[in-house]
Design a protein around this ligand. Structure first.
Ligand SMILES: [Zn+2]
Ligand SMILES: [Zn+2]
Length: 232
């Protein structure tokens, strides 16, 4: 969001944050209905793929420690990227409520019945202090209400301060995240969880957490707001 549009938003709060048209909600109905949920998905990680079925290039090449995942949107859609940017970098928490419009789609995801807890991807305490909130926690709270599942906030901790993953290759991402997470207060009754995050890119972060959980005999699924198409 540019400074000009940020100012416009402050001056005209009754306008859609995405298109600027008049709207009683933060996002207008036209923008909401233009968000596309029906794209071809990798059958394992749900990232957008060109063919109707099959696996994305990462799931074909890499060992995946998660059983299955679901991303609601394609991150390449400008409006989707903008919503996530506004939540993550501009702290517009109220925007999370746009998920209410997709409650049924989210509730219909078929693996919720298998899981015991939701685990939001943790931030390193120093990064958390800097940002002031963890967007994965906000998303997990929303989803938890929809599907009536508890959230484990302190099961996994990020104990290594890592560089930003932006612009890194798959291998660089893996090295960057090596030993970045620790399992802490894992409750004995946990058999399966859904890891929650905002964006699924190559899946390195979620895969690293799933790998850690597998060592504790816990099966992982995941949910993210959006996924980037894998390079094919
Ligand atoms: Zn709009
Ligand atoms: Zn995949």
């Amino acid at each position: 969001m540019s400074l000009a549009s940020e100012l416009l938003y402050l001056l005209f709060p009754n306008r859609c944050v995405l298109c600027g048209n008049k709207s009683t909600f933060l996002i207008c109905e036209d923008c909401l209905s233009s968000l596309n949920l029906n794209f071809n998905r990798c059958s394992r990680c749900s990232s957008p793929i060109p063919s109707k079925e099959g696996l994305c290039s990462f799931c074909l090449k890499e060992k995946r420690y998660f059983t299955q995942g679901f991303s609601l949107f394609n991150y390449k859609e400008n409006k989707v990227a903008k919503i996530i940017e506004l939540i993550k970098f501009y702290g517009k928490f109220g925007l999370i409520d746009f998920l209410d419009c997709f409650k049924n789609e989210i509730k219909n995801i078929d693996f919720w019945g298998n899981i015991d807890y939701l685990i939001p991807v943790p931030m390193h305490p120093r990064s958390l202090r800097k940002r002031g909130f963890n967007q994965a926690v906000l998303i997990a709270k929303k989803i938890g209400k929809f599907i009536d599942k508890p959230i484990c906030f302190d099961c996994i901790a990020k104990t290594k301060l890592t560089n930003s993953q932006v612009g890194l290759s798959m291998n660089e991402r893996k090295t960057n995240l090596k030993n970045a997470f620790r399992a802490l207060n894992l409750k004995k009754d946990i058999k399966a969880v859904a890891i929650i995050d905002d964006v699924f890119t190559t899946g390195s972060t979620i895969n690293e957490i799933a790998k850690l959980l597998e060592k504790h005999n816990i099966q992982s699924y995941f949910f993210t707001l959006a996924s980037t198409p894998s390079a094919v």
